[in-house]
Ligand binder design. Sequence first.
Ligand code: F6P
Ligand code: MG
Length: 438
Amino acid sequence: METPCSLSAKFEGSFAYYTVKDRMPQILTKVIDTVHRNKNKFLELHGEEGIEAEKKALSFFSKLRNEMQTDKPILPLTDEWPDTQIWNQYLDYQKTLLSDGEEPSWFRSPWLYVECYLYRRIQEGLWLSPPVSEYDVFRDVKNQSFFQSQQAILALCSHLQEIKGKVNVLSNDEVRDEIYKLVQVSLWGNRCDLSISGGQDNSQKTSILSSLEDFQAFILVDDMNSVWNILSKNRDGNTESRTRVDIVLDNAGFELVTDLVLADAIMSLGLATEVHFHGKVMPWYVSDTTKHDFDWTVQQCLAINNKWMSKCGQTWKENLKKRRWVYHEHLFWTLPHEYCTMAEVAPDLYTELQKSDLVFFKGDLNYRKLTGDRKWDFIVPFSQALRSFHPAPLCSVRTLKADVQVGLQTGVGERLTATDTDWLISGKYGIIQFSPVV
Ligand code: F6P
Ligand code: MG
């Protein structure tokens, strides 16, 4: 049964609510510290104007922290960006979900909405503080997380070059095994996000490859067969035809490298002719990938003094130049909307995804938006929880960090709840969950 999805119709199920008291103020405090610490840099770059901007941004963020901690009403955005109106209309929509006269506030709104709103307000604070408007408050932690994962990245890059060295002799089963390994690496790479850690180091210190077998028991849904059925069609098929894989990216740092390695292997092993990446237009959930992070990562790999890593960097740069790899930005990814509204809110993006043979959605936030962050029963089929969102065959590759999960075998959710109270939010478990176009 198709569950309705429309901004104008009230949805029957309930949103996941959550306390905003812990991690969100902590992230805002980090933002305040970072802006303050960079005062001298702003002075160097912009003179007195830079100092004025720093003061203005700090006062905005302190006020914002107070609004959040004292459960004030959610305020409309006051900047003038292409998405401002959409956000403000969404606030009006939130009002329709409450009883008459009630105002959406920080504690009385869906968690997905207020958490996205927090990051958009941080951006508002910067945009209203020129000339520091373009400053990415999370850039330093993102870059550090890349450097702290260097050993794991080196191991992964050399593994990739090894596979590429034997492309012509690998059997179909061996190709499948290699891709399966790299999908798992990309899955566990999703543990490294900096939003769950409140901005603290959460990098990958050692190679994941040698731990895959131990982690296998923690994959709660493994639809690799369906993923492989799609990818292998391309390998068996006509070499002249174009086949496209999309990756809706999540975190920069180690996770992004795992995605680039997977994309490289998919193309090198003849499973797609082009890969399209989708990133965020503004700093988001601390570690999410922006265009700057993407280019920076490719450049860092290229420039490093290690044969395998720089070989990866060279290939990736070349792929981008030849447009075998295409990077896309769309402001829909930084809206609070669940994905079943994409066809209505961002029809151009929906049409773009329809061109894909397979879309990977990385990470937890994407999963929450795919499923609307609703309190689904654990056994509801994934395709049903997606409601009208079926642009192409898709696969969520995500570690569990928020309490929404669908498509489990009967009894699995209940058994885990009884034995491991944190199973939904600890990032210890993962899924490779597929949906065909229905
Ligand atoms: O757990 C905190 C949180 O901010 C969640 O809201 C969000 O789902 C997650 O972290 C971000 O994880 P990811 O980077 O995998 O989307
Ligand atoms: Mg993230």
